[in-house]
Design a protein around this ligand. Sequence first.
Ligand code: AMP
Ligand code: MG
Length: 356
Amino acid sequence: MAWPIIKGTAVLKALNDEDEGKALLYAAEILKKGGLVAFPTETVYGLGGDALNPDTVQNIYKVKQRPPDNPLIIHVAGMDQAARLVEEVPPEAFLLAENFWPGPLTMVLPKKNLVPDITTAGLSSAAIRVPAHPLARKLIRAAEIPLAAPSANLSGRPSPTTAEHVLDDLAGRIEAVLDGGSCSVGVESTVISLLSGTPALLRPGGITLEMLEDVLKQEVLDLTAERKGEVIKGAPPSPGMKYRHYAPRVPLYLVVGDYPAQRKQLVALTESFLMQGRKVALLLSLESAGICSAPVLRVLGSRNKPEQIAKRLFAILREMDFLDIDVIVVEGFDEKGMGRAVMNRLRKAAAEIINN
Ligand code: AMP
Ligand code: MG
């Protein structure tokens, strides 16, 4: 089957089971030979390559322009494959796997020597997850290797939630992208460290802190610095924490605080930018959509449904880079449930955070 090629990258989009089988075979062959294939997961698209091949992993960093000290998540088909990569699987990991795998949860565990240092950026631990997306699972099985797969974007850009986003950033830099439509969760996986006695949240994501504590029946330390507004000094518990991600082309102002006061602040800030003659893009909740007008207005979703907001967030941030605007003003959301992951990503995207 001849797949469409964009700047040298094959676009594997299957419309029936037979073509899907061929697409998976094609992608698996590339991966087995050490090449790179972007593939859909339920969170965002991943840039996959053999996690146990140092040359391939080095190429992942190069293609993404990812800082070499930011380790990769290894995607596997199940707990059996995960257990072969780590020294020890503590009881908490089994419990979490039973409840959340396959799914948007990444566990940090002590790595075995067979996992190359470059995959974990020199750390003695590895971050591992079993994705839930059917194509991701089929691809890992077909390739028969664990796949290192960071988000399939250029470093610093919003994570891709469609194959088109992947091509915008990486066409011509990777062998193929497996097109599975848009991702259902829309933000990256939750990362939890199980290296010490107390489980620690390193990145909020598709599985919420509340869900983790419910299953573990114990407190999970929240080490996500963004939430506490702290500046991380020294080595952060998760290297990715220290990077400001997802910066749009124009400055993004995030307005946080009590909802009624926040609405006033949103209006005042937008009006003052408009008075200065600046073209504002306003990103609001469904509930706030009527509070003021601006040249560009996008509704992110309902305040009561942060999952909706998570699903649309990166696509809307990417769209902002194509518009003729000077500044983006965004409403802040409650930091509970999926709202925690949404706010974590918005804080990373913000040039300024305004509290009332
Ligand atoms: P991404 O691949 O873009 O989804 O980012 C992966 C995230 O997982 C980054 O925030 C990394 O810092 C984090 N991570 C990966 N491996 C480890 C590890 N061994 N220990 C702590 N955090 C990790
Ligand atoms: Mg990423």
